[in-house]
Ligand binder design. Structure first.
Ligand SMILES: [Zn+2]
Length: 313
């Protein structure tokens, strides 16, 4: 069973400015619903304001809540922050929290949006408004639901916002694997950064995971894992610089799940990045990522076949 968090507000009307495509969030759910795998959908509550203010500057939270974000910050984010977006980001942040609670119950659960790892203390950036990973990690610890949180970020872009928001904390470990030459140009310092060269493929990528993830799990000894499962390391991604195949991404997600499960730890994923002209292909990559973790014994070719109805291949 895949437990996936989704809310109608995840889809937003096409913004008047910017190139971000919100229809992805609908298509991801359609890819899951037509996959033939058992999927249970859960609707999140909006994130309480105080949880956001515990990580972000209260003045910035106010700007988002009142849809009065200065134009300069909107340019950094990549789209205007309308009242709908304000409601959306409260739900996507509440969604990562709900996925974390479901993961404690079921072992694994996914949020079908968010992974907003570029959002900083007093501004959003790179399509990210509030940093659900930092907000959820902070809240898990503040509420006593977890003591030590590991954030594994395998989006092709560095988790710079997460790194800077959680810098100096001994109870949170930020681990980012990313393409060194990709956005953001100026990187923050995660607890551990693994900078990858352009065009690395499935085998070299998996070797890097094997080199670092078991060691971090063992040294840091987390009791909860948050996972930013961006599919933009795919070779066909418009904004990636790596060369993973469909199967390579599935094996990546299975590997992460296996390593975490070996230690009996809960893991919650957030959607992360994925870009391309063919939105159905991108949505199918995200859907397979979640299915690969919920059904780790399924062969990659069967997961690819399960989404082929959807992509029409
Ligand atoms: Zn990305």
């Amino acid at each position: 069973m895949l437990h996936v968090v989704h809310h109608a507000d995840y889809m937003a009307p096409k913004p008047e400015r910017g190139t971000f495509k919100f229809d992805k969030y609908y298509l991801v759910m359609e890819a899951l619903r037509t996959s033939g795998f058992a999927v249970t959908e859960h609707a999140p509550e909006p994130s309480p304001r105080g949880w956001l203010e515990a990580v972000h500057c209260p003045d910035y939270v106010e700007q988002v809540f009142t849809a009065s974000v200065p134009r300069e910050k909107e340019r950094r984010i990549g789209f205007p922050v309308t009242p709908h977006i304000a409601s959306r980001v409260r739900h996507t942040n509440g969604g990562t929290w709900l996925a974390a609670m479901l993961a404690k119950e079921h072992g694994y659960a996914a949020n079908s949006a968010a992974g907003s790892h570029h959002a900083l203390h007093d501004t959003g950036a790179g399509y990210c408004v509030f940093n659900d990973l930092a907000v959820t990690a902070n809240r898990l610890i503040a509420s006593g639901e977890a003591k030590r949180v590991l954030i594994i970020d395998l989006d092709v872009h560095q988790g710079d916002g997460t790194a800077s928001l959680l810098a100096g904390r001994e109870d949170v470990f930020t681990l980012s694997f990313h393409a060194e030459k990709n956005f953001p140009a100026r990187k923050a310092r995660s607890t551990l950064d693994v900078a990858l060269q352009d065009k690395i493929g499935d085998e070299a990528y998996l070797a890097e995971l094997e080199r670092h993830i078991p060691a971090v799990l063992s040294a840091f000894a987390p009791d909860f894992v948050l996972y930013q499962a961006g599919v933009d390391p795919h070779g066909d991604d418009k904004l990636g610089r790596l060369s993973l195949s469909d199967e390579g991404l599935i094996n990546r997600d299975r590997y992460v799940l296996e390593q975490v499960r070996l230690l009996g730890l809960p893991i919650a994923s957030a959607l992360g990045g994925g870009y391309g002209e063919d939105q159905c292909e991108v949505a199918a990559r995200h859907a397979r990522s979640m299915l690969a973790m919920a059904f780790p014994d399924t062969e990659p070719e069967d997961l690819i076949a399960a989404t082929s109805v959807f992509t029409g291949v």
